[in-house]
Design a protein around this ligand. Sequence first.
Ligand SMILES: [Zn+2]
Length: 321
Amino acid sequence: MGDGVRADPTIRREGGSVRAGVDRLLAGHRSGRVAARWGAVRGRAVALLWHRIRPEGPYAHEAVRAVASDTFAAQLDVLGEIGEVVPLSDLEESRRSARPRFALTFDDDDVGHVEYTLPILQERQLTATFFLSGRWREARGPYWWELLERRVRDDGLAVVAAAYGRPEASDVPSLAAALTGTDEARQLAATTGTVGPESMSGAQARVLAAAGMEIGFHTLDHPSLPTLPDQELMAAVSDGRDELADELRTTITRFAYPHGHVDDRVSDAVRTGDYRSAWTTSKRMVAGGEDRMRLGRWDLSRLDAAAFRLALVRGLARPGP
Ligand SMILES: [Zn+2]
């Protein structure tokens, strides 16, 4: 689960002019100024983040909105048009490249990773990193927000939001965001839920790893790490990591912060845990010389292909990381 970053509202307002604007920017030869700007973005590197992909797109009760398979495929085509898709490890090496580089990452033990995402990646011969919890190993059941989603599905948002004392929550993502890191979320996380259709199985995870996808770690319980005392923090960063790697016959060297939540104490704990890199949900490019434990990822997953392209081009053209 991410940090609930919303799409840039200015993108939608531009409507029909989106394509024209991007074409102008991409066709750098028409304007020296734009060409110079595009020249500056060539060597830039961006890690992108998705959570759930499924053919029919999002359900109304979801805290983490799914992306329709067709939309996801079109987003990948945009990446291929603008730049090249590379392994996440490649972004950590600063190298000269003629085109922007993009790496694909997916968070959480979601059933769609193998059923829907993997075939789309394989069709295009793309590789990606999946940050997993390995909850099937411990029979942990659904994540806390998946239990929240079930309640909303059964009782409706208004009833559930009122029950949690958040009647102002206008949609499920904002209710989940309000509960993240609270005692209510911890109580939900401690609730034993039956494994549902949203949960990934061990057999599925093995298929992902066997297909050559990188597996990273995302903690077993998906807590907001800055809220944990030291000992629990250290345990969250490491408990289940080696067992997951052994089961999937791989090594795990990368970490993604649950909910994107991180502070200095948390990133130091991950550094101590011997990870090569750790990934937030801050919308920053990957540039040389930054803290490897605080690398940024962009969640543009909700945007249709035209808006996705525009957000990428604009983001890449922005000065600084
Ligand atoms: Zn997550």
